[in-house]
Design a protein around this ligand. Structure first.
Ligand SMILES: NC(=O)C1=CN([C@@H]2O[C@H](COP(=O)(O)OP(=O)(O)OC[C@H]3O[C@@H](n4cnc5c(N)ncnc54)[C@H](O)[C@@H]3O)[C@@H](O)[C@H]2O)C=CC1
Ligand SMILES: O=C([O-])C1=[NH+]CCC1
Length: 451
């Protein structure tokens, strides 16, 4: 008998998903998609059911990743709202199924997934000025990921009303310049993100600096536009899916622009990233992006430990969002390395590790001291004590941690959180250097680091 489906609310998804985990998986998924290997990714073009009365669509986005055993679909409703409307433009739910039995395993809030996986595709290392047109949900997720991964000298934002701009500047927590016109925002910008609900162009080629990168995220219907013909025809155009762009993107279809490549082609190295030229990435969103995001966040998935921790109101949330800002990256790296490290009582485990270390040390010193003519005292004793405590402490703590979080009888029931927030911190810092090959913290490589 299949288990009943688990419901995972938006707040839970939010506390589990992090760009550090998402980015490499999206990169992998886009690469697989562009290889058109049906056992890797099977993803038909989104089916859009018109919701005439409400000026919207319901999109159905099924995806099957046979090799990875992932079957999912997203239901997403997206709207062309009236001016001044405060209703959301996008509402989404992701459903994960068991590909063998066909039962629903999890029903998950899809809005955080949609916001994060869309923003995570748009990276621009080396760029100095970022301009965002639009101040809604996607605008904020793009701002968050860009400023988390890169350091822009200037971030500008424009929207249709001063109030919206002011609200965005407030919610972004400073470091953003509100602009009075779209032109003012984009002139001279290295990266421009269009995240509006507009159905007419809001960005014009004559404003765009040569060599800039434009990420066009809105305009997801064949008769909706965000970019004008001049820009579309003069830029090198990248898309997420060729089939998708040719059936859904007004910017591509109505401008007659040629699609140069999919992002996955660039990831696979089969098409170049034309860094010197003006580039447009026309994003429409793909089911496979939702599938890998949902797979990460669902029970039993790679981040299961975080989900459990989030559900039991663990301290994980404090590590992620709270006082320990610098632990955000470390925490993610830690979970990459030792996943699934699941200690809610990390300190409890650390104490056991330390106790084991002291026992070993006691025995070692006793043995040394018992050798005839080799009695330890004074500075020798202190040196041996220090070395043994340090190394044995680190090693035994790690072994205790791994054992306690393993799927064996040695794992105590109470063990649920990510790691000790005090004693294990030294190990966390070390592990970061080991993984990245460098000693200093830093973000991972971006998905489309190519622009
Ligand atoms: N490519 C993708 O994967 C995805 C695309 N989208 C699309 O991104 C766009 C933004 O989505 P959200 O941020 O969720 O919407 P939202 O409603 O939160 O924000 C929309 C923003 O666009 C502005 N806007 C609305 N009409 C405008 C117009 N005529 N001219 C200029 N600005 C206008 C609003 O003032 C607001 O700042 C939508 O078109 C949505 O369909 C959303 C999710 C994923
Ligand atoms: O991929 C997605 O979820 C969407 N694309 C356009 C609106 C929603």
């Amino acid at each position: 008998m299949a288990e009943p489906p688990v419901i995972i609310w938006e707040e839970e998804v939010k506390s589990v998903l992090r760009y550090m985990d998402l980015v490499p998986r999206l990169e992998d998924a886009l690469g697989k998609f562009s290889r058109r290997d049906s056992a890797a990714v099977l993803q038909p073009v989104r089916t859009a059911v018109p919701l005439q009365k409400h000026s919207g669509f319901m999109g159905l986005m099924p995806t099957y990743m046979e090799n990875d055993g992932v079957l999912s679909t997203k239901f997403v409703c997206y709207y062309n709202r009236e001016r001044g409307s405060t209703l959301p433009a996008v509402q989404a739910t992701v459903v994960l199924l068991d590909p063998e039995l066909g039962n629903v395993k999890a029903v998950m809030g899809g809005e955080v997934i949609t916001a994060m996986r869309t923003a995570a595709l748009l990276m621009a290392p080396g760029a100095e000025v970022l301009a965002i047109l639009g101040t809604g949900r996607q605008a904020l997720s793009h701002f968050n990921v860009f400023t988390e991964m890169f350091s822009f000298k200037e971030v500008r934002v424009w929207s249709r009303t001063k109030e919206e701009v002011a609200r965005f500047v407030r919610s972004a927590g400073g470091g953003v310049r509100g602009c009075g016109s779209a032109e003012e925002a984009v002139r001279g910008a290295d990266v421009i993100v269009t995240v509006t609900r507009s159905t007419e162009p809001v960005l014009f080629g004559q404003w765009v600096k040569a060599g800039a990168h434009v990420a066009a995220v809105g305009a997801c219907r064949p008769d909706w536009r965000e970019l004008d013909d001049v820009l579309m025809q003069s830029a090198v155009v990248y898309v997420d899916s060729r089939e998708g762009a040719l059936s859904e993107s007004g910017d591509v279809i109505l401008s007659g622009a040629e699609v140069f490549a999919e992002l996955g082609d660039v990831i696979n190295g089969t098409k170049p990233a034309e860094r010197e030229k003006t580039t447009v990435f026309k994003s429409l969103g793909m089911g496979v992006e939702d599938a890998v995001s949902a797979q990460l966040a669902h029970p039993g998935g790679f981040l299961d430990h975080r989900l459990k921790a989030a559900r039991s109101q663990s301290r994980t949330l404090q590590v992620q969002h709270g006082a320990h800002q610098d632990d955000r990256h470390r925490g993610a790296v830690m979970s990459d390395l030792f996943n699934p490290l699941q200690q809610e009582h990390g300190d409890w485990i650390s104490v056991h590790g330390m106790a084991a270390a002291f026992l070993l040390e006691y025995n070692a010193i006793k043995k040394l001291s018992n050798k005839p003519g080799k009695r330890l005292c004074g500075s020798h004793y202190i040196t041996v004590h220090f070395l043994l405590t340090f190394w044995l402490g680190a090693v035994t703590e790690l072994i205790t941690t791994l054992t306690a979080s393993s799927n064996t009888v040695f794992r105590p029931r109470c063990v649920r959180a990510e790691h000790s927030r005090t004693v294990l911190r030294s190990v966390t810092v070390c592990s970061r250097g080991v993984r990245s090959g460098v000693g200093t913290p830093g973000p991972p490589g971006p998905v489309s680091c190519n622009f």
